[in-house]
Ligand binder design. Structure first.
Ligand code: SF4
Ligand code: FES
Length: 374
């Protein structure tokens, strides 16, 4: 029997609505409509229950959380429950008065998404005009004296601009930059052929990151999230299934990870029907891949299973149709050829040409894009 420790983090997907249409979006292909979102009172209750359960950190995300007109009340509720809040945003809709209200309500930090250091390329990847809003948002966050982190999802179209992205982080006063290679879930899977880098790009990026590390020491934390497709190593996804954090979707469905909505038969519970404690400890969904009973060979007999937990369940399902198989990114997996062949087939011309992207055709409706105040 696996001992169930309390979670420490909660990802609150406040809304799937978003003014951007990023081609690497890992949210599900079918988004949750705005009319199905939890109310302010329901979110406040989620945070109270989460704090009782042991959660200390919350990422307020989406979509775009600024689309919630009650974001200030939600932040106040989380802060009042004793939970540290970080806003994860595109920056679109962040204005001076709104940020001041969020800070007064207890907001502790901001993570800003950046698609590219070049404005035109950034907006091509985001599928929307947004770069000027990001420049403004970064300035406002620093003027408000809040810690600023940049989140960059890396892929074929921006890996070669890694130096410029790090310089952008320094210029904007970021304390941390997270360089996360694209995870191919949700919408991103639709763009995999256009986004997958080749081995030369990854090797070059790894060398650049290592060159930057000593120069950034004491100035900016640099986090490099490895590209598991190219690396041949499974990642310890979410620190293990149902081990560290929970994700609450806009309609109150609770998942062990943000991509689990795609897993069939998971029977994910909802905060409208069950307590968060029951969901965390007793629900079928959260216990589905805890421990090692569910594992197949070679994970079952592999000494690395206690470190990487057999990799990512959502990726195993997306690639093989069976969430209990070894994550095919692992070089020991029986299905590894699925990933290796894809990467080996990818040889990019010099210079890398702009890929043809598939953008989301529509957002959940009705879309409310006006900021609360400006
Ligand atoms: Fe990890 Fe399983 Fe691969 Fe072993 S076989 S390294 S446990 S994914
Ligand atoms: Fe769901 Fe990895 S994203 S387990």
């Amino acid at each position: 029997m696996t001992r169930i420790e309390p979670p420490w983090a909660l990802l609150a997907e406040l809304s799937h609505g978003c003014p951007l249409h990023c081609v690497y979006c890992s949210n599900p292909v079918e988004l949750i409509g705005r009319s199905n979102e939890l109310t302010t009172k329901q979110w406040a209750d989620v945070f109270r229950q989460a704090a009782d359960l042991g959660v200390v950190q919350s990422h307020l995300s989406g979509g775009e959380p600024l689309l919630r007109r009650d974001l200030t009340e939600i932040v106040a509720a989380a802060d009042g429950a004793g939970i540290h809040t970080q806003l994860v945003t595109s920056g679109v809709g962040l204005h001076e008065k709104r940020l001041a209200a969020l800070v007064a309500a207890g907001l502790r930090s901001v993570q800003l998404s950046v698609q590219h250091a070049d404005p035109a390329a950034s907006e091509r990847i985001a599928g929307a005009r947004s770069f000027a809003a990001k420049v403004r948002a970064a300035r406002l966050v620093r003027e408000a004296d809040l810690p600023l982190g940049l989140n960059v999802v890396l892929h074929r179209d921006n890996l070669d601009s890694l130096d410029a992205l790090i310089e952008l982080g320094l210029a904007w006063g970021a304390e941390r930059i997270e360089l996360a290679n694209t995870q191919f879930y949700g919408w991103a899977l639709r763009n995999r052929d256009a986004l997958l880098p080749d081995r030369r790009q990854i090797a070059d990026a790894v060398a650049r990151v290592e060159r930057w590390r000593p120069r950034l020491a004491g100035r900016m934390d640099l986090v490099w999230v490895v590209p598991d497709y190219v690396d041949g190593k499974a990642k310890p996804c979410m620190g293990g299934w149902g081990a560290l954090s929970l994700t609450v979707a806009p309609d109150g469905t609770v998942y062990p990870c943000p991509a689990a909505a795609a897993l069939p038969g998971l029977d994910a519970p909802n905060v409208k029907d069950h307590s968060l404690e029951w969901i965390w400890r007793d629900s079928t969904a959260f216990n589905a891949y805890r421990g090692e009973e569910w594992m197949q060979e070679p994970c079952r007999g592999c000494e690395l299973r206690t470190q990487d937990f057999g990799g990512c369940r959502c990726q195993a399902y997306a690639l093989t149709g069976d969430a209990t198989r070894t994550d095919p990114v692992c070089s020991l997996a029986p299905d590894h050829a699925l990933v290796r062949d894809l990467v080996d087939r990818t040889h990019l011309p010099e210079p890398v040409v702009a890929p043809a992207y598939v953008y989301r055709a529509q957002q959940p409706t009705p879309t409310v894009s006006a900021p609360v105040s400006s």
